[in-house]
Design a protein around this ligand. Structure first.
Ligand code: ATP
Ligand code: MG
Length: 394
């Protein structure tokens, strides 16, 4: 029963009903309930207006009051949204007007896919005007109403369809797919931040190949460039290793794009993401020339090496012998794991050489790092001093 499954949502619905309103769980939680899997978050829809909701609950937060959404904080935070329909769309994304409506059916009708357009009462009675649960049995993603119209109202829905197919391993209903083929150019008008979010959800999904195939066919051109079976297979082997920036590295390698900066700037990747991608690509480049040197193994972070070795194997069909254990073992065998661990610093160098601070210190420290990493000098003060006077005979 809902009371045990989603106690916070149950509590919110009960209170709204007690005050004379209607309230239901809607959207993703109902879909996941029908699929028999736990829900990410549980949203409630009601005919109470945002102000009525706010009056009823002690602790609320305005998260999107212009869209009719109030966050109600009970045991957990529950998003409560007033029944609404959407008017005209002039920017292919946001409706120009949000209209509150009094019927649940109108609210469900504005939702994107049949599987997302169901409601559940607190007694677990399913309200399903568009056969969402039968589409779920058939593993189908089907737009509510005329898909062409729905996608031209909001082009993001096309990307959502693709992302859901990768997450759930569902197919696109033929009319929905055809509409994406018809309307795909409108995806170009979706803000790149939103595209990025959807892409990253695809990369984190269980069926990456499916999502990327659909993504590329709908974003770029309907005729898929190259051999799509190989493409699908490679993306299906993609592992994200808990760093979403890995998706961009893999993407760049798959596209054999030389202009990685352009790609990363285009999608407004953060500096940390750009840095990670560049490191992975650099490590792959080094691998193309042969095994990594001890210094490479020292310089690149473990997660960079891990991704680079794995992606080189998948994308470039390179038979690298670097598994996680190898990388850990090789890294552990290096006397230092970062230059901070060097037994001396610039002060000692200045003292030994009787010279003022300057760029020379950095140069010596770099050389010293290489020598220690390669086992030429022991990381110990006396040994380093000896090395220094030998190298810099002064
Ligand atoms: P997830 O498990 O990924 O959160 P979700 O279905 O809950 O999936 P949300 O983005 O949280 O997805 O949206 C909640 C609900 O709002 C959806 O189930 C759908 O009914 C509706 N919705 C969201 N975005 C759109 C959209 N662009 N057009 C129409 N309806 C939408
Ligand atoms: Mg959700």
């Amino acid at each position: 029963m809902m009371k045990n499954r989603w106690p916070a949502a149950y509590q919110v619905i009960e209170k709204l009903e007690h005050a004379g309103f209607d309230a239901y769980v809607v959207g993703g939680a109902v879909r996941d309930f029908i699929r028999g899997v736990p829900a990410n978050d549980v949203d409630v829809t009601t005919n109470a207006t945002p102000n009525e909701v706010k009056q009823l609950f002690e602790h609320t937060i305005d998260v999107g009051i212009e869209h009719g959404t109030v966050l109600v904080v009970v045991k957990e935070s529950i998003e409560v949204t007033t029944f609404r329909s959407e008017d005209t769309y002039s920017d292919y994304r946001r409706p120009d007007n949000v209209m509150f409506v009094r019927s649940l059916q109108e609210d469900l009708q504005r939702r994107d896919f049949t599987m997302n357009a169901m409601a559940l009462t607190k007694k677990d009675e399913l309200i399903d005007y568009f056969d969402g649960s039968s589409d779920i049995q058939k593993k189908l993603i089907r737009a509510v109403g005329d898909p062409n119209k729905r996608f031209s109202e909001d082009a993001l829905r096309m990307l959502r369809a693709i992302r859901f197919s990768a997450q759930l391993d569902f197919s696109l209903h033929v009319n929905t797919l055809e509409a994406i083929e018809m309307q795909h150019k409108l995806i170009g008008r979706v803000s790149l931040e939103r595209v990025k979010v959807e892409l990253e959800k695809i990369w984190a999904s269980d069926h990456v190949g499916k999502g990327m195939y659909l993504f590329e066919t709908s974003m770029l051109a309907i005729n898929f460039p190259g051999d799509w079976k190989t493409y699908l297979d490679k993306w299906n082997r993609f592992l994200m290793f808990e760093n979403v920036a890995n998706g961009w590295a893999f993407f760049a390698l798959m596209q054999q794009s030389n202009d990685i900066n352009n790609l990363l700037n285009f999608y407004k990747c953060s500096n940390a993401e750009k840095m990670h991608v560049k490191q992975v690509l650099l490590a792959v480049e080094k691998l193309k020339k042969g095994l990594w040197t001890t210094y490479d193994l020292f310089q690149f972070k473990e997660e960079v090496l891990l991704s680079a070795a794995n992606y080189a194997q998948i994308i470039l069909d390179m038979h690298t012998s670097y598994e996680k254990d190898d990388i850990l073992r090789l890294k552990a065998a290096i006397p230092i794991s970062c230059s901070k661990e060097i037994a001396i610093n610039g002060n000692e160098l200045m003292e030994w050489k009787q010279e003022k601070r300057g760029p020379w210190i950095k140069e010596v420290l770099e050389k010293l790092t290489i020598a220690i990493v390669n086992g030429k000098v022991e990381n110990e003060r006396a040994h380093i001093k000896e090395w220094f006077f030998h190298e810099y005979d002064n």
